[in-house]
Design a protein around this ligand. Structure first.
Ligand code: NAP
Length: 358
């Protein structure tokens, strides 16, 4: 977007004072937008709004009327307040009432499922609902679509992520919420439980080979929508020793984390101790993504992506997604790759894609 030829886009950024919300606000301003900063604490919003020269609105997610009135005259929300299993639905409802597009940066499978459940209402209301416009799932979703397009009729899709990124408190807390559900893969179009630590293997990313093990990324839902491939496994790179260790220890961990009081205690500890990557790490960090699609007759295609550090990527991808949705005509619930195509990820500064031997 060229700020000199367009009036500054105004939209609502909810959760603006979180680690990632601040990065999105800064990126939006850098690209000539004027988002209204929103969240539940005026006290936290005021210094950020003053620093960036933006308006603010303080409203809780439990205030349905307040949310709709905060959206008055605004065409779109970026929801950056997670864990989204607790925060997404009230904002989706507010967007449906107000007629505003809804984008979020979740990576949580139940949230993607819920967003897609509102597809018909979104079409009727003339809005876009799009979950996952951050690092999870833009690169994997776009690469899934890219390899799937090369193998028409593919029945299997594998996706893997390698990142040495440090996690923010919000990401760690969202992961804690998902851990009690355990592992999953998609088989025959259905999500199926999968023992954590089972199925470790080696994968050749664009820079080097790594050990990976299945873990349930949001792509188990989004890649199913973006590609229609019925058998999907999502992997994360880990030192080879981690998978066998988790096979033994995860069931105990899972039982512990299923206790609300244990999860709440850990969340408090995370809030107090965990800080996201600093500016230097965000500038220098790199992530790698790998995807392979396979057809029953043996045709296959693999490709890799190298991207900027995950939180830096999320801020850039989110603001570009806002621009695409505001400029587009589509209505309903979409994944990023469904709406914008496999090459969307290449519009993000610092991303490289490469075909790989499979
Ligand atoms: N897709 C991706 O790749 C990606 C990338 C980055 C982050 N994320 C996700 O984005 C979320 C935020 O991450 P973060 O790093 O920014 O976390 P964070 O620093 O902990 O910030 C969380 C933000 O959400 C707000 N919030 C949480 N629960 C709320 C509620 N019930 N009502 C209103 N506001 C609420 C917090 O407000 P208070 O300060 O008032 O508590 C804070 O502004 C996490 O779920 C994370 O997993 C995803």
């Amino acid at each position: 977007m060229n700020p000199s030829t367009n009036s500054a886009p105004r939209w609502l950024l909810y959760g603006a004072t979180g680690y990632t919300g601040v990065l999105i606000a800064e990126e939006a301003v850098r690209r000539g937008h004027k988002p209204v900063l929103a969240g539940r604490s005026r006290e936290k919003l005021a210094p950020l709004a003053a620093r960036l020269g933006l308006d603010l609105v303080a409203v809780g997610l439990d205030d349905a009327r307040g949310l709709v009135s905060a959206l008055d005259g605004l065409p779109l929300v970026v929801h950056a307040a997670g864990p989204f299993v607790h925060t997404s639905e009230p904002m989706v409802q507010a967007c449906l009432s107000a007629g505003a597009h809804y984008l979020d940066i979740t990576g949580e499978i139940p949230v993607f499922e819920n967003t897609f459940r509102h597809d018909a209402e979104a079409r009727g209301r003339g809005i876009v609902l799009m979950s996952g416009v951050g690092f999870d799932v833009v690169p994997t979703d776009c690469l899934a679509r890219y390899v799937a397009d090369k193998v028409p009729g593919a029945h299997e899709l594998d996706l893997a992520i390698a990142s040495d990124a440090q996690l923010s408190a919000g990401t760690t807390k969202s992961a804690l919420e998902g851990l009690p559900s355990g592992g999953f893969v998609r088989r025959g179009g259905q999500l199926r439980p999968w023992p954590v630590g089972k199925g470790a293997r080696r994968v050749r990313f664009s820079d080097k080979e790594r050990s990976v093990m299945p873990i349930p990324w949001g792509d188990l839902e989004t890649a199913w929508h973006s590609t229609g491939i019925p058998n999907i496994t999502t992997y994360v790179a880990q030192p080879a020793a981690v998978a066998p260790l988790l096979r033994v220890t995860f069931p105990v961990l899972q039982r512990l984390l299923a206790v609300d009081a244990v999860r709440d205690r850990l969340s408090k500890l995370v809030e107090a101790r965990v800080r996201g990557p600093d500016e230097a790490l965000r500038q220098t960090g790199r992530c790698h993504v790998w995807a392979e699609a396979r057809a029953p007759d043996g045709r296959r295609a693999a490709a890799g992506l190298e991207t900027p550090e995950a939180y830096a990527f999320t801020a850039k991808a989110t603001v570009l997604a806002v621009e695409q949705v505001l400029a587009g005509e589509r209505r309903g619930a979409f994944t990023p790759a469904q709406a914008f195509g496999a090459d969307f990820v290449l519009s993000i500064e610092g991303v490289r894609r490469e075909d790989l031997a499979s």
